[in-house]
Structure formats: C-alpha cells, structure tokens
Write a protein that binds this ligand. Sequence first.
Ligand code: ATP
Ligand code: MG
Length: 222
Amino acid sequence: MDQISVDFPARLGVLQDVSLRVPSGGFRFVTGASGAGKTTLLRLMFLGIQPSQGRLEVFGRDTRKLSRDQKALVRSRLGVVFQDFRLIDHLSVYDNVALPLRVSGKARKGDRDYVHELLHWVGLGEHADVRPEQLSGGQKQRVAIARAVINRPNLLLADEPTGNVDDGIGIKLMRLLEELNKLGTTVVVATHSAALLERFDYPAIHLEGGRVKAAGQSGAAP
Ligand SMILES: Nc1ncnc2c1ncn2[C@@H]1O[C@H](COP(=O)(O)OP(=O)(O)OP(=O)(O)O)[C@@H](O)[C@H]1O
Ligand SMILES: [Mg+2]
C-alpha cells in the first residue's frame, strides 16, 4: 500500500500516509497501542474499507480497479480472524468452521474429514458438536482460526488472535499460524502482546497515532 490515509466521517486521519508492503509468503506483526489503527489497517487489507487517499494493492491488484466479482475473488483468497471472533452462536463448532466451505460453493467429498482434521489441529477435536457459547475465550479464538484457514487462504489476517488467552496458549496459537505460514500462506498478525513480540522474531509494522513508525526491514516500502 502506498501513502494510504483513512478518514471516517466521525474521525479524520485514523491512518495517515501509510506505505508498506507485505511480501507473498511473509509473516508480519502489526503493533501499536490501543487506537493506533491496527484493526483499520487489517480492514483495508480484507477490503472491508477503501482508503480515503492512496493506492492499495492486494495480491498485486489495484483495489480501486476491481469489479464486484473480482473483489469477491480476492476475498475468497483471504482468511480473517476478527478481534471479536464473530462466531455464529446457533451453529455448532463444526458448522462454524465448515461454513466458509459452504459459502464458497466448493463443497467436496472429504470436507467432513478435513473439518475434523482442522479441529484436531487447533486442539478442539472433542468439541465439534458444542455451541461456541460453551467455550472459553481461547477455545473460541481457535474456532475462529480454524474457520479462517479452512479455505486454505493465500493471506491470513488475524486481529489480536491471542488477545483473550494467557501467554502459553497464545504461543501455541502462534505456532499454528507459523505452520500455516510454512505451508505458503502470508500471515499478518495484529497484536499488542509484548510476550509474543519478544518470542517470535518477525518484522513488525509499528503504528503510532495512525502512522507507521518502523516497518520490518524487508517489508518496508518507500
Ligand atoms: N468507523 C469508525 N469511525 C470513527 N472512528 C473510528 C472508526 N473505526 C475506528 N475508529 C477510530 O480509529 C482509531 C483506530 O482504531 P482501530 O480499531 O484501528 O485501533 P486498534 O489499533 O485496532 O486498537 P485496539 O488495540 O484497541 O484494537 C481509534 O481511535 C478508533 O476510535
Ligand atoms: Mg483493534
């Protein structure tokens, strides 16, 4: 993204003059105090909002030039873990995770096994049939991660994916994201957890008051 600014009607300059590049296959943290603009930056990346100024490319495509169908295609290659999970309470854990498969219309034989495999991978193999409300914060977060990766996204955007769990579980969740990254998915994690930043040595895009203060070396763009 190049010289991006984001203004909301109620608040101008939520992001200001932000330029950065996340290389395909890379792993980046987005850091900064509460209100610095981390979630807003991720919303740009999943095409949830448009920049007020500047140029935004996702998968090398200028997002201003995308038709509705092309935007849908870009979104289908993204996985998002929302800060507030956004699980569907009246569906089971299994159905929450399987939902993107149904929505994408790519249902295939073997999906059932894959959903169960993924639930095991995030340590929720025994919880497939329960409702999200019966889960702890950390377990919900793992459902959200499983749902975000079920379609094998090219880019995973995770907003405070370890925000509601203690450091130990946070590190386990990060290891899941690392595994995914090793399989080729580009991963961007917004966090203000000092423990994670200390433990995992990935470049950080640091935001202060809506501006980038220090981008990871190889991720920085002029
Ligand atoms: N739709 C909106 N309208 C007006 N102001 C907004 C809107 N969305 C975000 N903001 C403001 O923009 C700033 C950045 O918000 P953002 O959610 O990106 O911060 P954040 O870094 O994710 O914070 P946190 O760590 O608390 O999640 C905040 O001051 C917030 O109040
Ligand atoms: Mg946020």
